[in-house]
Write a protein that binds this ligand. Sequence first.
Ligand SMILES: N[C@@H](CCC(=O)N[C@@H](CS)C(=O)NCC(=O)O)C(=O)O
Length: 223
Amino acid sequence: MNYELYYWPTIQGRGEFVRLVLEEAGASYLDVARMSGKGAGMPALLRFLDGRGAARPPFAPPFLKAGRLVIGQTANILQFLAPRHGLAPKDEAGRLWTQELQLTMADFLVEIHDTHHPVAAGLYYEDQKKEARRRAADFLDSRAPKFLGYFERVLAKNARGKRYLAGARLTYADLSMFQIIAGLSYAFPRSMAAAARKYRRLFTLHARVQERPRIAAYLASRR
Ligand SMILES: N[C@@H](CCC(=O)N[C@@H](CS)C(=O)NCC(=O)O)C(=O)O
């Protein structure tokens, strides 16, 4: 299947969680808003948001077009894609657990985002720097350790081995955790350098994902 990913063209954002699954799967996809020409670019993305592009319009990017399906909400997209490409557990309990981890990462992501946009998502970081400083301090003191500590424990408790978050094999939750650690390290380099000594399993997972041949090729590419 030829997938079409729709996401804001100039940032990684939530689109990156979908890209990582598509890249690890070796799937064929178009990153539509980053393309130019007829039926591509921002106009193509906006058509869906203003309701012209689909009978079931997504609220916000990312969304994925797969044949006639248009699927919104990051965790929902991943839950659709991953089993089709061997990136989700086969049993129901394993699938539910993987999706639970993904949704907890989605909660974490909102809090990460809000460190730079504590007053309003629509305002530039530069317009809310004072509030961002306060929010980031609390985030680094209490919220980040709570989330990171939780995921570190999940890795330690995995009865099927300590390499991945859910079960014995790589799942979409591991790809997303790679991106969470990468994003946090970009946003908070000093705190995350210290965190690397505390949350060793998570950082090892980040390195393990980064070294996977398809992910390494993707990270080295212009994509
Ligand atoms: N819960 C949704 C959130 C989607 C979302 O907030 N997308 C952002 C970009 S990462 C956006 O464009 N939001 C527009 C808005 O909230 O008005 C998901 O996980 O996909």
